[in-house]
Design a protein around this ligand. Structure first.
Ligand code: TMP
Length: 213
């Protein structure tokens, strides 16, 4: 490696936790302090696979549950060459949802184990930092109605939250940090920025890891 690699930084959490806002603020803050940074979000709805997923989420089509799980995973794998290229060029990637959402959302459906759900994502680029924006569903619901897409109901989100917690406990090889997302946007941002700067320094001389291997 000729230059220091970028860090892979993931934000996760239930809907309304502020992930997208925080990802955008983090990219801007990192750039202002002299780092290269770009945001990616999953699902990436711009690819052919992403369009199938988008149509499913918007309830314009139905897909069998295992099938849609594998499509979400394929949608991450199709971006891996580009992600690796950017990380190797020293660009820090700030990612809005990743394999952890994949596992938490599918395993919240009846009949899906965490193990089964994790399998297709084994070997993806391993995040250097996963920040889990924790927010009670009572506070989340005060931030406005859930949207109209599939999964956007409080019953399902409660099940997803439980699965995120179980995954976090089961996952000692991933650098999870829990962020209290009930605080102000600025306070949450400050903590996210500090943790990210640390992860960037720690990652720069390390090879890119493989998730869940
Ligand atoms: P978004 O609202 O952040 O665009 O996310 C789209 C929805 O897709 C959201 O309800 C979470 C869900 N999802 C999965 O079910 N599996 C996945 O792998 C990912 C990334 C998201």
């Amino acid at each position: 490696m000729t230059c220091r690699r970028g860090a892979l930084i993931v934000l996760e959490g239930v809907d309304r936790a502020g992930k997208t806002t925080q990802c955008k603020m983090l990219v801007q803050a990192l750039e202002q302090s002299g780092h290269q940074a770009e945001m990616i979000r999953f699902p990436d709805r711009t690819t052919k696979i992403g369009q199938l997923i988008s149509s499913y989420l918007e309830k314009r089509s139905n897909l069998e549950d295992h099938t849609v799980h594998l499509l979400f995973s394929a949608n991450r794998w199709e971006l891996v060459p580009l992600m690796k290229q950017k990380l190797e060029q020293g660009i820090n990637l700030v990612v809005d949802r990743y394999a952890f959402s994949g596992v938490a959302f599918t395993s919240a459906k009846p009949g899906f184990s965490l193990d089964w759900c994790m399998h297709p994502d084994v070997g993806l680029p391993k995040p250097d930092l996963v920040m889990y924006l924790q927010l009670s569903l009572n506070v989340a619901s005060k931030r406005g109605e859930f949207g109209a897409e599939r999964y956007e109901t409080s019953v399902f989100q409660r099940a997803v939250q439980k699965r995120f917690e179980q995954l976090k406990e089961k996952d000692p090889l991933v650098n999870w940090k829990v962020i209290d997302a009930a605080r102000s946007i600025e306070e949450v941002h400050r903590e996210i920025k500090i943790l990210s700067e640390k992860a960037i320094s720690a990652a720069e001389n390390q090879p890119i890891g493989e998730l869940w291997k």
